[in-house]
Design a protein around this ligand. Structure first.
Ligand SMILES: Cc1ncc(C[n+]2csc(CCOP(=O)(O)OP(=O)(O)O)c2C)c(N)n1
Ligand SMILES: [Mg+2]
Length: 295
């Protein structure tokens, strides 16, 4: 009997070892491969839905991939765990990148992506925290998500909690006045547990941000509001993003903003730097080209 117990213990140890090995292998898998898979899922699901926002989803793939596959303390098996790091997709129209990343990370089955934007489906056009495992805040009304991220970080600070809050903002989105109220609050309370990314793809719904309502210079504006500012010359490059996050982690007094130069529609030839692909799904023919580009 004792021998059987020993054997059982050894088997249990092997199971745990193998599970750990499998998950760490998954996490160290080349992030570029994961990003490519996420891009493929984005174009597939917006094509199937015949609507949605591919441009600003594709520009921010590396930011979400790095956060969800390397940086954030999260557990897909326990999406609500109290000490998890939070992520707020303030530019909520880029829901396809969040959904594809969460699915790839194991928060829900990838098949859900096939029902994007369908009546009654889990994945609606903008993220809903009550319906989608892994979504920390419902967003879509530009500007509001950021203010909730500031509130989360303030709450963590008041509770002396270790978890961090990340937010992703669009460069068109920061034309909203509420952004700057929230930025002022975050600096006032010294929220060094908050890191915001600005997806500076230079385009918004109907053209270049500089033509519609210039937010430039983005870095100097945040600096004037009391933020620690880091400029990333290529926000679609993991090494540059990782280096920026390391600097953000070392900051102990101020909130950090990482202003990332990105390419709207990144990875799909005909979508790159094209405002026309802000908010529409590719047809079957266009999808085929997109998937060839992302092969
Ligand atoms: C308050 C508000 N006004 C208007 C919209 C419609 N809208 C959705 S996306 C968008 C453009 C956003 O541009 P940007 O932040 O640059 O997004 P990205 O380029 O990253 O897709 C607009 C005006 C909205 N969602 N919320
Ligand atoms: Mg933009």
């Amino acid at each position: 009997m004792e021998k059987l117990n020993d054997v059982a213990k050894e088997i249990r140890r092997d199971i745990v070892k193998n599970v750990n090995k499998a998950s760490s292998a998954h996490l160290t898998e080349d992030l570029n491969d994961i990003a490519k898979e996420i891009r493929r899922d984005i174009v597939k699901c917006v094509s199937k839905a015949s609507s949605g926002h591919p441009g600003g989803s594709l520009s921010s793939v590396e930011i979400l991939t790095l956060l969800y596959f390397e940086k954030m303390n999260i557990d897909p098996a326990d999406p609500q765990k109290a000490d998890r790091d939070r992520f707020v997709l303030s530019k909520g129209h880029a829901a396809p990148v969040l959904y594809s990343t969460l699915a790839e990370r194991g928060f829900f089955p990838k098949e859900e992506l096939d029902h994007l934007r369908q009546l009654g489906a889990m994945l609606q056009g903008h993220p809903a925290m009550d319906h989608v495992p892994g979504v920390d805040m419902s967003t879509g009304s530009l500007g509001q998500g950021f203010s909730t991220a500031v509130g989360m970080a303030l709450g963590a600070k008041i509770q002396n909690a270790d978890w961090k809050t990340y937010a992703l903002l669009g460069d068109g989105e920061i034309q909203e006045g509420i952004i700057w109220e929230a930025a002022m609050v975050a600096a006032h309370y010294g929220l060094s547990n908050l890191t915001a990314f600005v997806d500076n793809n230079n385009l918004q719904i109907d053209g270049a941000v500089s033509d519609v309502m210039s937010p430039y210079p983005i870095d100097e504006k945040f600096a004037a509001f009391g933020w620690h500012v880091i400029n990333v010359a290529d926000g679609n490059n993991f090494d540059e993003l990782r280096a920026a996050l390391t600097l953000a982690e070392a900051e102990t007094e101020r909130p950090t903003v990482i202003v990332c130069k990105t390419v709207k529609g990144k990875g799909v030839s005909y979508m790159e730097n094209n405002a026309g692909w802000h908010g529409k799904g590719p047809n079957a023919e266009e999808l085929e080209i997109a998937l060839q580009d992302l092969a």
